[in-house]
Ligand binder design. Structure first.
Ligand SMILES: Cc1cc2nc3c(=O)[nH]c(=O)nc-3n(C[C@H](O)[C@H](O)[C@H](O)COP(=O)(O)O)c2cc1C
Length: 342
């Protein structure tokens, strides 16, 4: 039972991957265009057990593309996980080396992305249709670095090819340290409900830790997911947008430590910090474009009951002026603060 049973001997639900100890059971999922370093840093500070960078195209990253560098940024994130994607073992190996040299503690390989742009180049989830190529990519990545390499995939390409357990076992033999399974097939894209029970076939096929992913929105979901899948941890994606503290809340809940949700002022400060990080990363004009979806999501979760809330939200996501964004965030979260004070 390898590392997972060893980790259990630590007495907490820790997962140990090489030198990296993951102290909880709720991870933030990699989301392109969403889990920028600002969001990952905040999620980690609020107790997420692990956070994963946006997918980085291995060839672009090695060629030094600025966008890839920004995606792989990990300042203030510890442990730092860089997710790489691609279909050429040489690029994958080079990208893994570069990420390791740049401070990554873990490399994650993406074999789950369903986007045509990615699967068309035979990367992401398309690799699940070509296990031999998938394994060559895994082997090249694992042998390129000293740090642990993890793998994220789906249940299979479609309902007739649920090969995650087979691929998972082969990947384990090739040196993969942890597997994340999104409980959908590629052909499902994001439709239907994730099948947590189907992840159990993978948990039972391998002795490395398995992380269950797909449609986890709260502590009850997380508990049900762990029970159905036999996984060691859960990974939370969409439900954490606008709520980067959610994985930390769920992690604490799974450890039996109920913690209070962040106060209005903590949420406002997190949203502001995230906004400022994006302006710093991308510059004011592009940063603002990246920040809009986050600001909208923070505002949606603020649920300020005041009459002006809807127009404040609209003003927030269309605002071009950093000072005004700061003021509007203050207004949006003010009601929460007042309710808490009452
Ligand atoms: C906007 C968006 C971007 C995503 N980008 C990535 C990515 O870069 N790498 C990856 O492995 N998965 C990516 N995913 C998939 C998520 O990591 C996760 O597997 C999926 O959203 C299911 O989890 P959820 O139901 O908790 O959101 C993305 C998902 C979304 C919604």
């Amino acid at each position: 039972m390898g590392m997972f049973s060893d980790a259990h001997k630590l007495g907490v639900n820790a997962i140990r991957l090489g030198n990296v100890v993951i102290g909880g059971q709720a991870f933030l999922a990699p989301m392109s265009g969403v889990t920028d370093v600002g969001m990952r840093r905040i999620a980690m500070r609020f107790g997420a057990s692990l956070v994963v960078s946006e997918m980085v195209a291995s060839d672009d990253y090695v060629r030094g593309a600025q966008e890839s560098r920004i995606r792989a940024e990990g300042a203030g994130v510890d442990p730092h996980v860089v997710q790489i994607a691609g279909c050429d073992p040489r690029w994958m190996a080079e990208a893994a080396r570069l990420a390791e040299a740049s401070g990554a503690a873990i490399i994650d390989i993406n074999m789950g992305c369903p986007a045509k742009r990615v699967t068309g180049g035979y990367a992401g989830s398309a690799l699940m249709r070509d296990p031999e190529l998938a394994l060559r990519l895994v082997e090249a990545t694992v042998s390129a670095v000293k740090i642990p390499v993890t793998l994220k995939m789906r249940l299979g390409w479609d309902d007739h090819s649920l090969n995650a357990a087979y691929l998972g076992r082969r990947a384990e033999q090739a040196g993969i340290a942890l597997l994340t399974i999104h409980g959908r097939t590629r052909c499902q894209f994001y439709q239907g409900r994730a099948n947590w029970g189907a992840i159990r076939a993978v948990s039972e096929a391998v002795s490395i830790p398995v992380v269950a992913n797909g449609d986890c929105a709260n502590l009850e979901d997380a508990k049900a997911m762990l029970a159905a899948s036999g996984a060691a941890a859960v990974m939370i994606g969409r439900a954490a947008v606008g709520r980067p503290w959610l994985p930390g809340q769920i992690s604490a809940g799974l450890a039996g430590r109920a913690i209070a949700p962040p106060t209005g002022s903590q949420r406002r400060d997190a949203a502001l910090e995230h906004y400022e990080t994006l302006l710093g990363l991308f510059g004011a004009r592009v940063g603002l474009r990246h920040a809009r979806k986050h600001l909208a999501a923070y505002a949606d979760h603020a649920r300020a009951p005041s009459r002006g809330a809807a127009s404040d939200r609209l003003a927030l996501v269309t605002c071009e002026d950093a000072g005004e964004v700061r003021r509007l965030l203050g207004v949006l979260f003010e009601d929460i603060g007042q309710r808490e004070a009452a």
